[in-house]
Design a protein around this ligand. Structure first.
Ligand SMILES: Nc1ncnc2c1ncn2[C@@H]1O[C@H](COP(=O)(O)OP(=O)(O)OP(=O)(O)O)[C@@H](O)[C@H]1O
Ligand SMILES: [Mg+2]
Length: 237
């Protein structure tokens, strides 16, 4: 469904995504990697915000940067950007209008704000929102166009334990609605809990892709992750 073929991204001579080839075809896929591994770079290339230096990304056989995907994709950036003077409701309407006419969509925005747990703050200016509330609004914004595919860059970052649980439940709900979810994370427990498959990225290279259980082979995920990364480090010239 989403296929990466020899994907490469380099800044001058610095290669940050290195010959990345992978096919993803599960409801919830997790990109797991340390800080600087290349997760955000890959996600930005998927949604067309960054151009690859080499290789391709296709969704259902067409290039992911193709305009036909604009309406089908939802994207939550690592640090969502908002217009501070708008209210949560106004921001969702504004975001939705970028996709086309929006008359009669107020119940949809209300439903989204309820889903992510900030309905009570719907008429407050975003400048008054806490970090976790902003994260939740970023999530709602990614859903505003009813996307088939969701790309979420560390969606659980900055949320309290209850918030994390609620957002994980939202992601499971999206899965059951038949949407595909890709998420970047470095939180191993979240991967174990909700991802059907995981891709382990280290220094721009794919070290593993497949089932979480198969990856762990009976070990705690954290230990196994460290082992795989250290093994890779040893093999480097
Ligand atoms: N504009 C740029 N110029 C040079 N190097 C860059 C640029 N943008 C990103 N990089 C480098 O690309 C690498 C991958 O960064 P990326 O943001 O994709 O990592 P990440 O896996 O998302 O990390 P994190 O978990 O911290 O969000 C890093 O080494 C980073 O320094
Ligand atoms: Mg990142």
């Amino acid at each position: 469904m989403v296929d990466f073929s020899h994907l490469t991204k380099a800044y001058k001579k610095k290669v940050v995504v290195d010959d990345f080839t992978l096919s993803v075809d599960v409801p919830i896929f997790g990109f797991l990697g340390q800080n600087g591994a290349g997760k955000t770079t890959i996600m930005k290339m998927i949604v067309g915000l960054l151009a690859p230096t080499g290789g391709t990304i296709t969704i259902d056989g067409a290039l992911s940067s193709h305009p036909i995907f604009k309406k089908k994709l939802g994207y939550m950036p690592e640090t969502p950007y908002f217009y501070e003077h708008m209210t949560g409701m106004e921001f969702l309407r504004f975001s939705d209008e970028l996709f086309g006419p929006t008359r009669g969509r107020t119940p949809h925005y209300e439903g989204l704000l309820k889903k992510v747990g900030i309905f009570d703050a719907r008429n407050a200016q975003i400048r008054t929102y806490s970090k976790g509330m902003r994260q939740r609004l970023g999530f709602a914004q990614a859903l505003v166009n009813d996307p088939e595919y969701l790309f979420l860059d560390e969606p659980l970052d900055g949320l309290d334990p209850i918030g994390r649980r609620e957002m994980k439940a939202v992601m499971m709900g999206l899965k059951h609605e038949g949407r595909k979810v890709f998420l970047n994370t470095h939180i191993l427990a979240d991967v174990e809990e909700i991802c059907d498959e995981v891709g382990i990225i280290h220094q721009g290279k794919l070290l593993y892709a497949g089932g979480v259980k198969e990856f762990c082979a009976g070990m705690p995920l954290e230990e196994r992750f460290t082992e795989v990364v250290e093994e890779h480090e040893k093999q480097r010239p």
